[in-house]
Write a protein that binds this ligand. Structure first.
Ligand code: GAR
Length: 212
């Protein structure tokens, strides 16, 4: 069975969705860069091994990433999953896990890379927003896309209501992406493109607001 390591920084609701999803893989460890991440408690309660590698203990990003990689590699993962891990990673770290490092991002990439995605989407008045699961490359939030889910933006939405709508989709598509990778249905090819054995969705167009 494939082994995965999940990295978190806080609440851990996406990690919890992965733990609940009965995935065809073993969650070897949940690792946080913050000792007070509430997600660590959730993982421990489910009997998952946890560890903390605090970025504050290291003078440089390189040193932190090297220590983090050492902790991850102890668990011999086939896949490393960034589930709300809020640190920018060095190119050395990303290259070490090429093709086996994925991230969830709360926007329809390539729109709204970085932070405060929901606030910025509302400010721009976009009608469709969502989330993306992608392979991680050294180019922040620009890696090859595995799956996306779109949601409508409603009049009167606040960052909170919009993020809650997006988060519901995050909890659906993230386990799906991990399941595909662990089952060998999705992979990164030598050209750096996502290859999939899955049927393309057909005959469906997402339009928001709906047509008359
Ligand atoms: C999620 O919305 C995730 O998409 C986002 O952080 C949140 C973590 O929530 N990730 C990023 O912004 C990465 N750039 P969670 O801890 O409850 O899963």
């Amino acid at each position: 069975m494939k082994r995965i390591v999940i990295l978190i920084s806080g609440r851990g609701s996406n990690m919890e969705a992965l733990l609940k999803a009965k995935l065809p893989c073993e969650v070897a460890a949940v690792i946080s860069n913050k000792a007070d991440a509430t997600g660590l408690e959730i993982a421990r309660a489910r009997g998952v091994h946890t560890a903390v590698v605090s970025h504050k203990d290291f003078a440089s990003r390189d040193d932190f990433d090297a220590a983090l990689a050492k902790e991850i590699d102890r668990h011999r993962p086939d896949l490393v999953v960034l589930a709300g891990f809020m640190r920018i990673l060095t190119a050395d770290f990303v290259n070490h896990y090429a093709g086996r490092l994925i991230n969830i991002h709360p926007s329809l990439l390539p729109a709204y890379t970085g932070v405060n995605t929901h606030e910025r989407a509302l400010q721009d008045g976009v009608k469709i927003h969502g989330c993306t699961i992608h392979f991680v490359t050294a180019d922040l939030d620009h890696g090859p896309i595995i799956i996306q889910a779109a949601v409508p933006v409603h009049q009167g939405d606040t960052p909170q209501t919009l993020s809650a709508r997006v988060l519901r989709e995050e909890h659906r598509v993230f386990p799906q992406a991990v399941r595909w990778i662990c089952n060998g249905n999705v992979r990164l090819n030598a050209q750096g493109r996502v290859e999939t054995d899955r049927m393309e969705q057909s005959g469906t167009t997402l339009i928001s607001p709906g047509l008359e």
